[in-house]
Structures are given as C-alpha cells and as structure tokens.
Design a protein around this ligand. Sequence first.
Ligand code: UTP
Length: 286
Amino acid sequence: MIRTAVIPVAGLGTRFLPATKAIPKEMIPIIDKPTIQYIVEEAVESGIEHIVFITGRNKSAIANHFDYHPELETHLREKNKMDELKGVRDLVSRAHFSFVRQNEPRGLGHAVLCARHLIGKNENFAVLLGDDVIDAQVPALRQMMDVHEEKQAPVLALQKIPWEQVSKYGVVAGEHVSRSVLKLSGLVEKPKLEDAPSDLVIIGRYILSYEIFDFIEETNADGTGEIQLTNALRQYRDLYGLLFQGKRYDAGNKLDYLRATVEFALKREEFREPFSAYLKNLFPNK
Ligand code: UTP
C-alpha cells in the first residue's frame, strides 16, 4: 500500500513571472481552485494519507491553504455558507500534511531527497509534480498504483507527445508488456531530437521505492548544477511506465494553463452554458 506522496513545490516558477514574484506558482488558480489542490485531490482520491510538501522561501501560502482556518470557518458557518465551508475544510481533514524545506533549489532529484527521513526503509511512495494537472475518470496516480501492485516495482507516468517536443522532457525506451504498460530499458533527460529513443516522455507522477534516495545521492549534478531525478531513476533495474488514461495539462506553461482554464470551466455545470455561448460569440463564423 502506498500511503505517502511527496510533492516538490520549492521551484522558483520563473515561467510565470511576474505572478510568481510573491505568490507560489502552485497557488495560481484554475478557475477558483489553486493548481496544487487539484494535485492533492488526485493523491487523496488515490488513497494517499500523508502528503509531504518540499517547500522553499515564499511558499507559506501553501501551508496556510492546507490548514484549518477557524475564523473563516466560523464566519461561513454563521452565514450558513455550508458549501463554501465544505470547500475550505474537507480536503484538509482527509490527509496529514508535512513540510520540509529545500534550502536551495538544486533540482527535482535533490527536492525528492529532502523527504528521505519521512519515508520508511521498506516503504514505496508517490511523487507528484504540481505542474501536471491530470483530468481523468480514475485518478492517474490510482492507475499507477494498480500497475505497481501487480508488478511490485517502481512505475512512471508516461505520455506520448509530438516528436518535435521530446527535447523538453525525460524520454524513455522500453517494450510494451501490455497495451498501456511498458517495461523500461532506458531513460534520457532532454535529448536532442535525433537522440530521442521514443516519443514517450515522463510526466510528473512517479511511484518509487526507498532505494531511490541512494540513487539520488550517487547522482552528479548536471551542467546547470541541478540533480535530475531522471538520472537517478536510470539505476533501477526493474522499472515500468504507464500510458495513463486521462488528459494532462502542463499548468507551468502559460498556453496549457489557459487551455486547462477553458476546458475545466466548460466541465463545470454552472459555467457550461453561459461560457460556451460566450466562446461561440467570440468566433461567430466558426
Ligand atoms: P520546474 O522546473 O518545472 O519548476 O520543476 P520551477 O523551477 O518552479 O518553474 P520554472 O521552470 O522556473 O517556471 C518541476 C517541479 O519541481 C519542483 C518545482 O517546484 C516544480 O513543482 N522543484 C524543482 C523543486 O521543488 N526544487 C527544485 O530544486 C526544482
């Protein structure tokens, strides 16, 4: 059973400046919910009971968001705003939240290493990145847990992307063992187009074992001074990838963030009609 999820949120969020100068990138909302809440909801709905945030400077809003707010709750109760009360309280009561500081942003691998003392030696755990918001009927992490239970090995979430984009990602080589599961034989971080082994890339969901911490410690920093998680993952002998069912949005990318906002709005009962009417009006000839 996987009960703990590590969520690194210590990055500087430079792609979303100036918004992220004083506000954590993860607190930027898609409609009315911070992106990080979509990620935590996915984790909790997958069965996670303990969330470990790897945080840095300027990230206290995240800790406040996942804490009770007695004054606000009393106010909402007095005004009989029970839906709003549920919205601010429910998720907080469904998991335990821990916070570990990453003193300097030395890369995703280093961020994950910061959680070492909170993970049991025989424990498997999940890592979720706040940038990747996944809209799925069965939560993407749950789908990965099912593969993990079957294979008893670490599992990465994979996505097929257009070839010209592979250089932005960690890319895998592997063989299908079923329609959606691959046994992986190689990983390359941000390869040149001509060196990419496939068009299947690692996105921000991982199920890992405690061993990963030793692998990260043995991993050298790359040219930019960062310790890449992908380079540490390469040491696993037995590693699987899952082409999950669902739609992923890279909320750290402005265009994808806009897409997520529009598509999530169209899924909401209260906005579906007026918002699609508005969109149709914007493009009357389409
Ligand atoms: P990114 O590189 O996408 O996030 O790292 P960033 O650095 O915040 O954003 P940009 O690129 O400058 O806009 C992926 C995830 O890993 C975390 C980030 O917070 C993000 O969720 N991260 C990255 C850390 O926690 N520590 C690091 O040292 C690096």
